[in-house]
Design a protein around this ligand. Sequence first.
Ligand code: NAD
Length: 343
Amino acid sequence: SPIPKQIPATLIPGDGIGPEVVEATVKVLEALGSPFSWDIQQAGVAGVTSAGDPLPAATLTSIRKNKLALKGPLTTPIGEGFRSSNVRLREEFQLYANVRPAVTIVPGRFEDIDIVLVRENIGGFYVAHEYYIPVGDDPRAVAVSTGINTREACKKIARFAFEYALKNGRKKITVVHKANILKALTGIFLEAAREIAREYEGKVQMNDMIVDACAMQLVLNPWQFDMLLCTNLFGDILSDQMAGLVGGLGMAPGANIGDDCAIFEAVHGSAPDIAGKGIANPISLLLAAGQMLDHVGHKDLALRLRTAITDTLNKDHVATGDLKGKASTREFTEAIIRRLQAA
Ligand code: NAD
């Protein structure tokens, strides 16, 4: 079906550096001539401030209607306080797949990295059924956490990864687990992946690796990897590590995909240490917007966007401080817009 000129989408500025990188992304998308018409909604600490709720009803209604959102990072209190709005959004809209590519754009410590991590996004330890057991006069003497993986959900994410490989010309999937210790929780994940892999024999290869060994291999020889398929927690950790291979958290986008809804975001958080300073790198969210354009079928626009980012960094040598450049978020944004206008 033809792509509509105007695609309604929810826009969540988020917390910390969120509003800064979201503003940058919206400006670049405007210069690109993107098809999105934004419905701005709040969540996270900004949701608490504006509507007394980290996930206001209006935000959920908007996403339910549009089935498409671009989201800045949301702050989650550590140790106590409200449950992560990110996790709640993934559960609410059954965004079972998190696609996190790490691609070298600026040569750094590692060159020619091109890995896509697919993370199971709803289950595992993120279910976080947690409680304390009191002993004596200590009400929190023992902490217990339960993870849940269903065979059905494991097969679903494995099928997603193999289909992604086929559609995107990827040849090998490495399944990451800890089935030597978490024999049930991650054993079922490996089993399900092996079962699905049989259907793709001759088209996509599969191997598997224990998560600790994978962490080391990602540093020693990251070029051996094409795609990683991970449980929720391992995918969270290894995708930050992969961001480190390509210049840091300023370079890492993520797509949360469900059967009928998708939310695009940066891998990074709200970066409270640099919030409000105007120095955040907007590339992660820009690349997430690129994934969003791909998702709605505007591959041409996504490619133009990625080319403008690459040229700004490598031909104009304009970059933010995390990439050892001198540009502010605004200056970097203006440089990309000039590239788009010149093209
Ligand atoms: P973080 O990703 O916010 O920051 C880690 C480090 O990376 C910081 O030094 C930060 O300055 C730097 N950094 C991150 N993004 C950057 C960018 N675009 N440009 C330049 N530097 C950047 O991780 P954190 O400090 O552990 O978490 C802060 C908050 O974010 C927490 O409340 C956490 O729960 C939340 N969080 C949200 C998401 C999300 O919304 N998807 C993801 C991760 C963390």
